[in-house]
Design a protein around this ligand. Structure first.
Ligand code: SF4
Length: 292
């Protein structure tokens, strides 16, 4: 079978993930034999396995009490203030890798809340970044994951709709969905006599990737999208590719590539999420070339 393969030059880790992983690797190469990561440092099983081989151990919040005096990394998603307070109480040394973009977003939410606004966040319920955002206001925020959830919340009645409402988005959500959420919420707030402030808080690296990735998907016969199964950004970007090109397939590793998806002469595009390492994209592309 003849196939040509192109790797999307814009795919690969975002700046926040690169920063967190290089901090962890520096720590481990400078003499630290073990570093605990509070939650997965990256939502990609293959990259996690590589880092675990170097001494990174993923733990949960329930593990913190037994980590007194140890080194614990906070990943790019960030954490709520309660985590910092608990770590301080336990004498845990935090290596804070919260992405600067997320830190800014946390700060803006706190400021709007302190000014008396009602907070609405467009984000995935239970996602680590969203828990960190909601934690800035002691949980006093409405999180909507999609349009259905927003409509349900509006039917049930949103607190403070007739006053000032501030709308934020999780950094990795879809820009087009955010615009729709914004339009529906704005109508409801204005009908109730209130004011809606919309904050452009989707990460610029994610937003620009949306437009570019759609073109990449259209310009190939078949798209192989590489992402870990828990990657929230992976789901959003996969859906985007699949919308642009119905011959889009998701894989987690080279072993998942099924030769049956290809036709002779296909131009194959390999791309991935902000949590997909370049080396994994190359390994998948290599596997596809081996089918030729
Ligand atoms: S997607 Fe953007 S905001 Fe989120 S970690 Fe990456 S660089 Fe930071």
């Amino acid at each position: 079978m003849r196939l040509s393969v192109e790797i999307d030059s814009h795919s690969g880790f975002c700046g926040g993930v690169i920063r967190a992983i290089s901090k962890a690797e520096n720590f481990l190469s400078e003499g630290g034999s073990v570093l605990y990561s509070l939650g997965s440092i990256v939502h990609n099983e293959a990259e996690l396995g590589r880092l675990e081989g170097r001494g990174l151990v993923t733990v949960g919040h329930d593990d913190l009490p037994r980590l007194q005096g140890k080194d614990v990394l906070i990943r790019a998603h960030g954490e709520p203030p309660q985590t910092y307070a608990e770590a301080k109480r336990l004498g845990i040394n935090l290596i804070d890798c919260t992405c600067p973009v997320v830190l800014q977003l946390q700060k803006h939410i706190r400021r709007a809340y302190d000014d008396g606004s009602s907070i609405v966040i467009f984000g995935k319920v239970g996602h680590a970044e969203v828990l960190g955002l909601v934690g800035q206001v002691d949980g006093d925020a409405l999180v909507v994951e999609n349009m259905d959830m927003l409509r349900d919340a509006l039917s049930a009645g949103i607190k403070g709709l007739g006053g000032v409402v501030d709308l934020f988005s999780q950094t990795t959500k879809s820009p087009s969905e955010y615009r729709e959420i914004c339009n529906v919420l704005r109508r409801a707030v204005e009908e109730a006599g209130g004011t809606l402030n919309v904050h452009a808080t989707i990460c610029s690296q994610v937003a620009s990737r949306h437009a570019q990735l759609e073109n990449f998907a259209i310009s190939h016969d078949v798209v192989v999208f590489v992402a870990g199964k828990d990657s929230s950004n992976g789901k959003v970007l996969f859906d985007l590719c699949a919308g642009a090109n119905p011959r889009t397939y998701r894989v987690g590793s080279p072993e998942d590539v099924d030769s049956a998806i290809f036709r002779d002469g296909d131009k194959v595009g390999v791309c991935g999420a902000t949590s997909t390492p370049k080396w994994l994209l190359e390994a998948v592309a290599g596997k596809i070339l081996h089918l030729c």
